[in-house]
Design a protein around this ligand. Structure first.
Ligand SMILES: [Zn+2]
Length: 287
């Protein structure tokens, strides 16, 4: 009799078994565990919280009429991001939009779970929609050669945006800035954060690194190189009081008071591309 009672009490205390949904199955990569380490949510600007993990950014933009989340980390980041949203004092069910920087497993992997749980709509650069809805990567992606290894949970519907398009929630307007090159359809996002009539320009910077599979040469793809160069100059010129990058550890400090962090990020991107093209120019060793 006592046993029956205590079992019932245990069932009442824990009525539902914890089931991990298919779209939250952990992605396996060498850096995934380090990237997915927990950090406390913290304010970046008056209306902007950092709610991502240690190595993969997610930010929450707050308006009285609803919330906007940028990026969803890995599939296994979804719970961590939701916990950070709650710990910052917000209800994930108030997230109206989830925006993506680029459609790779480490920034879009958790978006399917986050969209399912919150009911939010998803928006991404037009050429990112293929990887988000069909996968694995866009055929023109420098990392497309990784094939099925980089597949992440798919979404059924994504709103396609182009450079300059805006997402509006209440009095907050978030503008898409074309940043394709690292991945087709890559987007940076910018908005204003205001308090007491003082407004600051906030920018979420997409990746600009020339990363590829071993057999890919950027020099064979002038359109991709051109896109990377154009994105770099676009980001360098943005008003930029507060910056965050999709990979926070790739965002340098501004070297002086007259250089923005967006411009410092662009300087670094120019140098990375220069080095990559130089390496590709070296003649192959013929034995
Ligand atoms: Zn990427």
């Amino acid at each position: 009799m006592i046993l029956t009672l205590s079992l019932s009490a245990a069932l009442l205390a824990n009525p539902m078994p914890i089931v991990q949904h298919e779209d939250q199955k952990p992605f396996n990569c060498t850096r995934c565990d380090a990237w997915n380490e927990h950090v406390e949510p913290h304010l970046l600007a008056a209306n902007t919280w950092y709610v991502g993990s240690k190595g993969l950014a997610s930010v929450l933009i707050v308006d009285k009429k609803g919330l906007v989340l940028i990026d969803g980390g890995l599939p296994q980041s979804a719970e961590l991001i939701l916990d950070n949203v709650r710990n910052a004092g917000f209800d994930p069910a108030e997230i109206r939009w989830i925006l993506n920087s680029h459609a790779h497993f480490d920034h879009a992997g958790g978006i399917a779970a986050l969209a399912r749980i919150t009911g939010a709509q998803v928006a991404a650069g037009r050429d990112g929609v293929f990887a988000l809805t069909k996968g694995p990567y866009h055929p023109e992606d420098p990392q497309a050669g990784f094939g099925e290894r980089v597949r992440f949970p798919s979404l059924s519907h994504v709103h396609a945006v182009d450079d300059g398009d805006v997402i509006t929630v209440g009095s907050t307007t978030i503008t898409a800035v074309d940043s394709s090159g690292h991945a087709p359809g890559g987007m940076s996002w910018r908005w204003k954060s205001c308090r007491d009539d003082v407004c600051r320009d906030v920018v979420y910077l997409d990746s600009l690194n020339p990363v590829s599979t071993d057999d890919y040469r950027f020099s064979d793809h002038p359109k991709i190189v051109e896109a990377l160069r154009a994105a770099t100059e676009r980001l360098a010129a943005l008003p930029c009081d507060v910056a965050m990058a999709a990979h926070p550890d790739q965002l340098p400090e501004a070297p002086n008071a007259t250089t923005t962090r967006c411009a410092a990020y662009a300087d670094q991107a120019r140098e990375n591309l220069r080095k990559r093209l130089e390496k590709e120019r070296k003649p192959a060793v013929v034995l």
